[in-house]
Design a protein around this ligand. Structure first.
Ligand code: NAP
Length: 317
């Protein structure tokens, strides 16, 4: 009896924690997106999928930019069925290949007349190298999205007011950009253990925040604004390639993670909320801008250097 009471109390406490302290604010915008087009990278699962689902519900034409055709086709069907919006399409994009990014952009620009919203959401925590020899985490989380944004920028400008939303992470606070390592090894750090991969992930998320900061400066005077964000601590597939032991160690923390729908709310806020245009370049968390962000995320010299190096890596300069 006592045991049952204890278990009930624990369950109740856990439930209370989720509906109070761990509950993430919701995007309050009721904006419709009819007649507008959005691209969401990594939209076949996790935060990207719930973001795409919400945009489809608002009437948007949604392009799911995904690498795994089979998984993504199933998601397209699921979104069409749930929202009744059949303007949901798949275009293949592997961010681990600059050639694939270029093909995606060509395909998109040829077949789509406008682009109102680009959501750079895809991300991973894997080791290995991209097709172009960059560290996988740097290549996918930063470089592929950098090139994608550059190639789609004119269409975003022509469709303005439009937005770029970069899904970063609070992990940026533990990140740094080692230009020496980047130029010599084409990677953000050395090592391939889960610990090293997590370090590289933090560095790549700082790159996302710095990229957004620099992009906003370069977009001044245009009708395009951009934002970076932390979605919260969300239960998704992001650690799918971690070792067995890392997963065991991380399992208790998952009790404090929230669902992917909650994780999409700050992305949706940055994408849809009116009146935040003057905050272009800012980093958002819990559907609000973080005004006292760490100075390394506002380092003009680092942001400019990262931009120029990324241009050169992508063959744009
Ligand atoms: N979950 C969290 O707690 C958390 C916290 C902070 C920030 N974030 C950020 O949120 C974003 C979404 O992550 P998530 O948590 O939803 O993880 P997820 O469930 O693992 O989804 C990641 C998505 O990225 C895609 N992706 C990976 N590599 C790709 C590539 N080479 N080309 C194209 N797409 C690729 C995946 O496609 P496949 O299914 O084909 O692999 C998947 O659709 C990421 O940027 C992540 O860094 C997440």
């Amino acid at each position: 009896m006592l045991l049952l009471l204890g278990a009930l109390l624990l369950l109740g406490g856990y439930f209370l924690l989720h509906v109070t302290l761990l509950r993430l604010p919701r995007c309050k915008s009721s904006a419709r997106f009819d007649g507008k087009t959005a691209v969401v990278t990594g939209a076949n699962t996790g935060i990207g999928k719930t973001t795409a689902m919400d945009l489809a519900r608002r009437g948007a034409r949604v392009v799911l930019a995904c690498r795994d055709r089979r998984r993504a086709e199933a998601t397209v069907q699921e979104i069409i069925q749930e929202t009744g919006n059949n303007q949901v399409i798949l275009m293949q994009l592997d961010l681990a290949s600059l050639q694939s990014v270029r093909s995606f952009a060509e395909n998109f620009l040829r077949s789509e007349s406008r682009l109102d919203l680009l959501i750079n959401n895809a991300g991973l925590l894997n080791g290995g190298k991209t097709k172009d020899g960059f560290g996988m985490i740097f290549g996918v989380n930063h470089l592929g999205h950098f090139l994608l944004t550059m190639l789609l920028l004119d269409r975003l400008k022509a469709s303005g007011p439009s937005r770029v939303v970069n899904v970063a992470s609070k992990a940026y606070t533990m990140g740094k950009v080692d230009f020496n390592c980047l130029t010599t090894l084409r990677d953000l750090a050395l090592g391939g253990s889960d610990y090293h991969l997590f370090q590289k992930y933090c560095h790549s998320k700082l790159c996302n925040v710095l990229f957004t900061y620099e992009l906003a400066k370069r977009l001044q005077g245009t009708d395009v604004t951009c934002y970076s964000l932390h979605p919260g601590y969300i239960k998704t597939e992001i650690t799918r390639d971690f070792s067995f032991w890392s997963k065991i160690i991380g399992a208790p923390f998952l009790l404090f993670a929230t669902d992917a729908e909650s994780g999409a709310q700050t992305t949706l806020h940055c994408a849809l909320e009116q009146g935040i245009e003057h905050l272009s370049g800012h980093y958002f968390t819990q559907c609000a801008p973080l005004m006292n962000i760490e100075s390394k995320a506002r380092d003009d010299a680092t942001a400019k250097k990262l931009w120029e190096l990324s241009e050169s890596f992508c063959g744009l300069s």
